[in-house]
Design a protein around this ligand. Structure first.
Ligand code: ACM
Ligand code: ZN
Length: 547
């Protein structure tokens, strides 16, 4: 019995690691910035893994997970995992403090695979690269013992172009469960991104438990219905709601952190606050009553910032946000805040008077009032050693001294911010609003918000302009895509909008300009599709239908 098992596993080892045909092209997205591929292969299935004991526990867990996954999916149990500095034949992970954070080295010869990095992120990017070199089944849970478990001999020295590589998700317009958010984070990990911008509050639903203000979720997480398609006066009258408890938030933060991903929470203020106003109407200029919004768009009712009570509320919310999210950055929104209520509100006008702010030829006094709010939030969060990010509207009036600008209404906001010596994150809607249609044939697409944003356009973005000096360029922290969910109610639809555009985005975030190559990217599409399929993710097929 034992002998026949041994024989069987030998056969598997032989059949599953046949030498590769001599195609030297490797399919990795985002593509490594420095790679050389050689003759020969190394068989990962059945190989021992050696993990340097100097590597921290969290990273060791990721390495162990890779090993377990190889054993499970290759169905080859003949190997061992050792925490040891031995360098035998096998897959060897070594700590190398001289390597930059987030960078990694990968050397594959016929005898061994050697991975070197200095932190969890670097090791995880190496792991993602190795996984993409293996059969796509490694991304799933179905064993594939007959697949080819060899990887080509190669030499990779890789590091990201930008430090901020983000993906955003709106869970207010439509709610996604903890399990779905984790799967979204898996997509972020696959693409070597490191920031998840979680848009947790908006007019249509407050989605995070705040213990000091329980009505935010008792009232603000529920709406009485949702408008139907683009029929603005309609309401399907189907109650809709959902929120994350603080325990669930912690679970997701830990899940992301274990993969080297930081979650940046967004509390959108002082506009996009109807869900909060419905919960605490005294925070509005008119006192309400207000309703959690059942339609999309920009609401005139915003927080009354003439009242000190509003600031106490915001500080109370931020106290809990800061306790839940270790991120250096907290996103305070700032977009699309109409000023009509402030213009006629005695409290807001008294505040304008008290602050001595006036209209000038650039902006109205109410714009400067919003700047005052942003600055107060910045100062409050600074006490916790946190920094703010705001949408590019925070440039209107006076930009808070240390704010990072998220440029969404095109690239101008970001370009202006860096000229002013501020940091910027580029997420122009023309390239990175993934709720836009991927095809002109919209009859055959799920109903959407509009626009037209094919994969190639996502791929084509270059954040640096000729006008930017080297110093300006230093202030471009990176690039992000946003996924707003007004018209996206299911996870399958969500990932259809996300993939493969997030894959295209990842090369803009990771690859140096000379490494980007849309034709090479397209040659990876079949392998990418197999990965999405192994992960059980729905994806758009447009590039698969092209020649
Ligand atoms: C935005 O799209 N309102 C940031
Ligand atoms: Zn007011």
């Amino acid at each position: 019995m034992k002998r026949s098992l041994l024989l069987l596993s030998l056969i598997i080892m032989i059949t599953s690691c046949a030498p590769k045909e001599s195609s030297r092209e490797v399919y990795i997205i985002p593509y490594p910035n420095d790679i050389e591929v050689f003759e020969g292969t190394f068989c990962v299935a059945g190989s021992n893994f050696y993990c340097d004991p100097a590597i921290d526990q969290a990273t060791q867990s990721l390495i162990t997970k890779l090993y377990d996954q190889v054993v499970l999916i290759s169905n080859n149990t003949t190997s061992n995992f050792e925490v040891s500095s031995k360098t035998g034949r096998g897959v060897i992970f070594k700590l190398d403090k001289t390597i930059a954070p987030e960078a990694y080295q990968l050397r594959v010869t016929e005898k061994r695979v050697v991975v070197k990095a200095s932190n969890l992120n670097g090791f995880n990017y190496a792991i993602q690269t190795i996984k993409q070199l293996l059969p796509a089944a490694i991304f799933g849970s179905v064993p594939a013992p007959d697949a080819d478990w060899s990887i080509p001999c190669l030499k990779i020295d890789d590091a990201p172009r930008f430090g901020y590589r983000g993906l955003h998700l709106d869970v207010s317009r439509h709610f996604f469960t903890v399990e779905e958010v984790k799967r979204y984070i898996d997509v972020i990990e696959l693409h070597k991104m490191n920031k998840f911008h979680w848009h947790l509050t908006d007019d249509q639903g407050w989605r995070i438990e705040i213990k000091k203000y329980p009505k935010l979720t008792e009232v603000g997480a529920n709406r009485s219905g949702t408008m139907i398609l683009k029929d603005w006066g309609s309401n399907d009258r189907v109650p809709y709601g959902g929120f994350y408890t603080q325990e669930e938030i912690k679970e997701v933060v830990e899940y992301a952190a274990a993969k080297g991903i930081t979650i940046i929470p967004e509390i959108d203020l002082p506009g996009h606050m109807l869900a909060a106003l419905a919960s605490y109407p005294e925070l509005g200029c008119t006192g309400g009553p207000y309703e959690v919004w059942t339609r999309w768009g920009i609401a005139d009712d915003v927080l009354c910032v003439g009242k000190e009570e509003t600031f106490k509320f915001l500080e109370g919310v931020l106290d809990e946000i800061v306790a839940l999210f270790p991120s250096e950055y907290i996103h305070i929104g700032g977009d699309e805040c109409p000023k009509v209520r402030w213009e006629t509100c005695p409290d807001c006008q008294a505040k304008i008077e008290e602050l001595g702010i006036k209209d000038d030829d650039k902006h109205k006094a109410e714009h400067y009032l919003q700047s005052y709010v942003t600055r107060r939030m910045e100062e409050y969060l600074a006490k916790y050693d946190r920094k703010i990010i705001g949408w590019d509207e925070i440039l209107e009036g006076e930009l808070a001294p240390n704010a990072t600008v998220m440029s969404w209404r095109g690239t101008k906001g970001g370009e202006t911010a860096v000229k002013m010596g501020h940091d910027a994150i580029m997420t122009p809607y023309t390239y990175y609003y993934l709720d836009y249609y991927q095809s002109k044939d919209i009859e055959n697409e799920p109903f959407g918000i509009g626009g037209y944003l094919p994969v190639e356009v996502c791929y084509s973005y270059e954040p640096f302009t000729e006008e930017m000096t080297p110093e300006d360029r230093e202030h471009i922290l990176g690039v992000q895509a946003n996924l707003w969910t007004e018209y996206i109610a299911t996870f399958d639809h969500l990932t259809y909008m996300l993939l493969p555009r997030a894959s295209a985005l990842s090369e803009v975030q990771w690859c140096q300009p000379e490494v980007k190559d849309y034709d090479r990217f397209l040659r990876t599409k079949e392998h990418l599709a197999s990965i999405y399929e192994a992960m059980g993710l729905n994806y758009a097929k447009h590039i698969y239908q092209e020649k």
